[in-house]
Design a protein around this ligand. Structure first.
Ligand SMILES: *Cc1c(COP(=O)(O)O)cnc(C)c1O
Length: 243
């Protein structure tokens, strides 16, 4: 398994390098984020000890379970799942530095309250539902600018950009329009010059479509299966949860 992970990381980094070359973008503009849902702490550690620095969970429960085993290995933790307000305190406790899935105002308010009471700040990305699929979370593209504006008013939250999951399709050309929507929203928000808003990050692209995402401007690609192997549960299990 260890050899598989190292080999897969080489392949992924190679794919990222080629995609950057093709798109005429500098390699250091794109970061690889490892989506570690269902992956054991041991396997995550293998990746962290071999050049990887950025990981993310979808569920607070998994974040909690792996925390002790990973806390002494240097890394940066993001959160990419649907976040319930009653789990916010755990997000802070387990050292998440960026919530990529901020998609609504009540979550924003509660996150802010908690951050104020702990004297902390948090990086966030606004998650946009670019595929119009019922099953996915994220703010509707038409409401993304407005939500960004509202979130920007909370002093504890540092908006760094946008995130999307994109259409779940094996045909990357069908996913491309989703990435374009995110890029266009980024440009629109930049043009509005909203105080307290940075629009540097575009978190988009996964195992199957990272090349397309990089062509369309991704700065963070989120990869799970292509590094750690197939998961038992389908993605809908993670993307629909209301638990
Ligand atoms: C699982 C997951 C990924 C990675 O998906 P793979 O197809 O395994 O690469 C990316 N983003 C989110 C939000 C995920 O839940």
């Amino acid at each position: 398994m260890k050899e598989d992970i190292l080999h897969n990381l080489e392949i992924i980094n190679d794919r990222i390098r080629k995609a950057c070359e093709k798109a005429g973008r500098p390699l250091d503009e794109v970061r690889l984020l490892l989506a570690t849902k269902t992956v054991s702490a041991e396997h995550i550690k293998t990746a962290l000890e071999n050049g990887q620095t950025l990981i993310a969970e979808n569920r607070v429960q998994e974040l909690k379970e792996k925390y002790d085993e990973l806390k002494d290995t240097q890394h940066e933790n993001h959160f990419i799942g649907h976040l319930q307000t009653n789990k916010i305190k755990d997000i802070l406790k387990y050292d998440v530095v960026c919530v990529q899935s901020l998609d609504r105002l009540d979550l924003t308010e509660r996150l802010h309250q908690r951050l104020v009471s702990e004297g902390k700040t948090m990086e966030v990305l606004i998650q946009v539902n670019t595929s119009a699929e019922e099953s996915k979370f994220g703010v509707h593209p038409n409401e993304a600018v407005e939500l960004t504006r509202k979130v920007s008013e909370f002093s504890t939250l540092k908006i760094k950009g946008l995130m999307t999951i994109g259409l779940f399709s094996a045909e990357t050309e069908k996913v491309r329009p989703c990435f374009k929507i995110l890029k266009n929203l980024q440009q629109e928000i930049i043009s509005q010059n909203i105080p307290n808003v940075e629009m540097k990050e575009l978190s988009m692209g996964m195992s199957g479509d990272l090349e397309t995402a990089i062509e369309e401007g991704a700065t963070i690609v989120r990869v799970g299966t292509a590094v750690f192997g197939a998961r038992v549960h389908p993605d809908s299990f993670y993307w629909n949860e209301r638990v």
